[in-house]
Each structure stands twice: as structure tokens, then as C-alpha cells.
Design a protein around this ligand. Structure first.
Ligand code: CA
Length: 233
């Protein structure tokens, strides 16, 4: 568990109680340190204070969700006032749950357990549905969702999770036009801080990896004024 809290006594109190519950804690007292740790290795959970010196909790939350080994990590946000909690929810910051200060440690531990249970269930469901899915052949590509592997003419291609999700979404329904908004929802899930421009950037990166000539794509086609589609064979 990564615990991000600038107030030392609260941070230590949280870690003490999580320790007692057999969780290992990494501590960060500011946003910069939090991001450094979050980019370094995956965590099972992040407890994130909203008000921090420098980079605030909301920005850290967005940054964690954008890239790195913790894009899917459950995030429990700590807020000082009720209005801040509303803000956290209203802006759909990407946090999974929040707790208003002052809070009881029992409630904190209960929330932590609930978030971890939920995360485990989701991973299991994802694994089951991916394992049930046979590799997909789309033109020269083979897309194996269960193993998250893509081959072009038998050669493996390294894709990021977002590139992979985008490719899989389009290739599963060749010829069907996907609007940027729909792709945004599919690839970035609930993150409201990305714009449709991000879709174009991601398509560009994906083309560079899977197309023979990214400037004249033959697999992921632009449908002017509408969005993108995978070439219909
Ligand atoms: Ca604080």
C-alpha cells in the first residue's frame, strides 16, 4: 500500500494500523515522492491525501491513471472537508473511494479491505473473460488477449496496454466506425481528463508499430469527420 500524506502523525497512524493488519506500506510525504514511487513499481492500493504541498492529490491521481505500473490501482482519497469530497466525486478524479477527515482507523481499514476485495474480483473476471477469448486474426495481425500478445506476420509487436486495448477494440469489429468519444471511453475508461486529441495521438503511436507505412495506413483507417475503423478485409 502506498500511503501519501503530508501530515506525519496521520501518515504514521495509517501505516501503523495497516502494518497491524499485515499490509506492507510505502510512505510518501509529498506529491513528487508519491509519483516517483508510483512510477517505480505496482502497488495493490494507494491512499492519497487530497491536500498536499506542491502537487495536489487530484493531479497525482490523474498522473497515476495516465501511465505506469499503477494505472488500474484502487485509489482511496483522503479529504479534509465534506465539500472537498463532493469535489473529488464531482470531478471524477479517478479515485475509487474517499474518506473524510477526521476518520476512524477501523473505518479506514474496512475501506482498504473492501477496495482490495473489489480489485481482486475485477482481475479474476478480466482473466476469465480474456482466457475464454480465442486469439483474433485481423489481416496480417494475430491478437491474443489472454496473453496480451500481438504478432504481425508471425513477428511479435510490443504494445502498451492502451495501444493494445485500442487495437483490440477496433480489430474485433472490422469495418465498424468508432467515434473518438467511444474510443476514449473504451480505452481510458472513466478518466475525464483526457480529450479526443489523446485518441489521435494513440492511433498515431499504434500505427507506427503495426503498419508497414504509418503515413499510409492500411489497417487502422481514418474515417474523416467520424473517427477510426479497422480495415474490412
Ligand atoms: Ca494534507
Amino acid at each position: 500500500v502506498l500511503v501519501v500524506e503530508d501530515e506525519q502523525n496521520i501518515r504514521e497512524l495509517i501505516c501503523l494500523h495497516l502494518d497491524l493488519e499485515q499490509f506492507d506500506c510505502a510512505q510518501a510525504a509529498d506529491g513528487t515522492e508519491a509519483l516517483r514511487l508510483a512510477r517505480e513499481r505496482p502497488f495493490d492500493l494507494v491512499i492519497l491525501d487530497l491536500m498536499l504541498p506542491g502537487l495536489d492529490g487530484m493531479s497525482i491521481c490523474r498522473a497515476i491513471r495516465r501511465e505506469g505500473p499503477n494505472v488500474d490501482v484502487p485509489i482511496l482519497m483522503l479529504t479534509a472537508r465534506r465539500e472537498e469530497s463532493d469535489k473529488v466525486l464531482g470531478l471524477e478524479s479517478g479515485a475509487d473511494d474517499y474518506l473524510t477527515k477526521p476518520f476512524g482507523v477501523r473505518e479506514l481499514v474496512a475501506r482498504v479491505r473492501a477496495l482490495l476485495r473489489r480489485a481482486r474480483r475485477t482481475v479474476q473476471q478480466d482473466r476469465q473473460s480474456e482466457a475464454a477469448e480465442a486469439p483474433l486474426t485481423a489481416g496480417p495481425l494475430t491478437i491474443d488477449a489472454a496473453r496480451r500478445l500481438v504478432h504481425r506476420d508471425g513477428q511479435p509487436i510490443e504494445l502498451t496496454l492502451q495501444e493494445f486495448t485500442l487495437l483490440r477494440t477496433l480489430a474485433a469489429e472490422p469495418g465498424i466506425v468508432f467515434s473518438r468519444e467511444r474510443l476514449l471511453k473504451r480505452v481510458w475508461k472513466g478518466d475525464t481528463h483526457v480529450t479526443t486529441r489523446s485518441v489521435d495521438t494513440l492511433v498515431k503511436r499504434l500505427r507506427q508499430k503495426i503498419e508497414i507505412d504509418a503515413a499510409h495506413p492500411s489497417l487502422i483507417l481514418t474515417v474523416w469527420g467520424s473517427g477510426y475503423k479497422f480495415a474490412d478485409a
